[in-house]
Design a protein. Sequence first.
Length: 622
Amino acid sequence: MHTLPLDLNVALLGNPNCGKTALFNLLTGSRQKVANYAGVTVERKEGLMRTPSGRQVRILDLPGAYSLNPLSADEAITRDVVTGMRADVGMPELLVCVTDASNLKLNLRLVLEARKLGVPIVVALNMSDLAQRRGIRIDRAALERELGMPVVETIGVRSEGAKALVAQLDSHVPPLQPQRVEWIAPTLEEVVQTQQEVRRILRAAVHEPQVDTRLDDAIDAVVLHPIWGLPILAVLLFLMFQAVFSWAQWPMEAIKSGMQALGALLQGAMPEGMLRSLLVDGVIAGAGGVLVFLPQILILFLFILALEDSGYLPRAAFLLDRVMGSVGLSGRSFIPLLSSFACAIPGVMATRTISSWRDRLVTIMIAPLMTCSARLPVYALLIGAFIPQRQVAGFFNLQGVVLFSLYLAGIVSAMGVAWGFKRLRSNASPAPLLMELPTYRMPNLRNLGQGLLERARIFIKRVGSIILALMIVLWFISSFPAPPAGAAGPAIQYSFAGMLGHALEPLFRPIGFNWQICIALIPGLAAREVAVGALGTVYALSAAGNNVAEQLAPMLGASWSVATALSLLAWYVFAPQCISTLAAVKRETNSWRYPLMMAGYLFALAYIASLLTYRVALAFGL
């Protein structure tokens, strides 16, 4: 990034979720890069900053760790860097121990372990504004005296939130020659002594208000009940999927009307030709057909963010830990699998916190079975086209029931695959889940708004970049070469895409897929939701009529059988149609063996599930 000589080599050390990366981004801005540590798949983030006096400082954002006694690959890298064992990084001249000021009881153990190394340290009391709002008073001078090192307050999410830390970096005098240090794992007695020292320091420097936990205890007595806890969680999830269809109807209709008006405008304003076909049949029918599902995705994330902000999600992890343990999954697997409901890629990356390689591998292999948000447009399209809008039991929306069933099918199949791995390694036992349950609180509207805005931005950017580019490519291969003179049928049948679809049709005909579906599956390999836009483009070019982006669902309802739609839904519960996920698995396992195994078993499951679904549906006359 820069060829100027470095004046200081700094490493940020801290627990997971202490705001360390936000502080790193604040300090380095755009002057950062990401790579991997030599010989391992753990991500390495470093950046440069210039202090007010002109000093050039390199800052390394270390993986989050609770202790220098490692239990995972991430924590091992952190220990090796701070002790000077990583030749590709070099010995830090200064450690910045980033702590969550609202939870020093959990964070100070790592600070005390780092102090034993004899490396210069600055403690950053991050999220100090949150601590103040909670009534926590920290005597910074007393804390400096007890720890024997500088202590500064930081707020990693504010533009001026690191001024005190920058001043420390500007004035720090590095040692002439940093020396490697040896880390000796502490004994049980030493760990107990460290915890006692943490409590002593907290008594001397930190005042926390007495928290009345009676309400939390009363709620936990219900939601964590051994009998009623899981049904309550199931009801919450069920209502969430009901809302995805019930609440999204009006905004979806508004987006459809906008797309329809835009398509009609272009049809009337442009002469017939390739450019009009590209814009109407490629862009609007393709990318516009995906954009219409934005309200449903935002409603889904509204519930997830609200449950997380309220303090309920960690309790859901506790409830599901027993179920996951019965199929051989580690309790630590819950968070990666939960992340996979948004996208399997961060879910796969989150498995780095799992200490057991076997547990980590099983979690990686089943993460794509969690129903990610990219599947939602496909599910919503097919459910809207083939499942009638009617009430079940006089109250529930049938479409929401079907969507809930699809999500449940992904979870059950993941548990089944994990159980199969358990049978192959019957001598392995899952690790217990240890976590701190936060207090209940009302979800913060600002946090919810920011979270939804970020999800909308990500989705729209995806539609405007990856999906749009794929739709243009699909339109091109679906439009060329031109059909021969006098050819019968739609022109797309004679194009490259048509040839490919017809070539694949014999393989997929037993599960009810026609050649148009076969074409849509191909760009869906890049991103699952692209299949919706691909169907819009394919049917637009099949001379199915105008305004395909708005009329795609009823068009499919008229041209497909219910058996075909159910078969395609079953396919998407299992199908490994995301190259990015397979690439992430390759990076995390450092081998092509496991992504190829994943693609193979998921394709087999998808084909078998679709075949059974299609044949059973035909047997019932659907």
